[in-house]
Write a new protein. Structure first.
Length: 107
């Protein structure tokens, strides 16, 4: 089991949590997208807010009003250090941030 865990592909990237009622999105990045998906789904099931910036809208509309959308994935290469992978994710996040309309984002 441990060998299987260590051999898995590590996928990081950029994602958005979108409020389907207001159309606003929170742009986030992670070195482990699956972990972010799991936390989001857990927050929806338990009624707890997944991120402090969403707190007010989460309280008004509920977790079911939000969706998680993967915008771009990046696989960690075996030759990359954790810091190199983190930097690649940061740059990718900046690129996506430039694409988003500030009026449609949670700040």
């Amino acid at each position: 089991m441990l060998a299987k865990y260590k051999a898995r592909k590590i996928m990081g990237g950029v994602y958005a949590i979108k409020n389907r009622v207001t159309g606003r999105s929170l742009l986030l990045s992670a070195q482990d997208l699956q972990g972010s998906k799991n936390r989001f789904e857990f927050a929806q099931k338990t009624g707890s807010c997944v991120h402090p910036r969403l707190k007010d809208d989460w309280a008004v509309f509920g977790g079911e009003a939000f969706s998680l959308e993967i915008l771009e994935e990046l696989e960690k290469m075996e030759t990359q250090t954790p810091d190199e992978f983190k930097e690649d994710i940061r740059v990718l996040s900046e690129i996506w941030l430039e694409k988003f309309d500030p009026l449609e984002r949670y700040e």
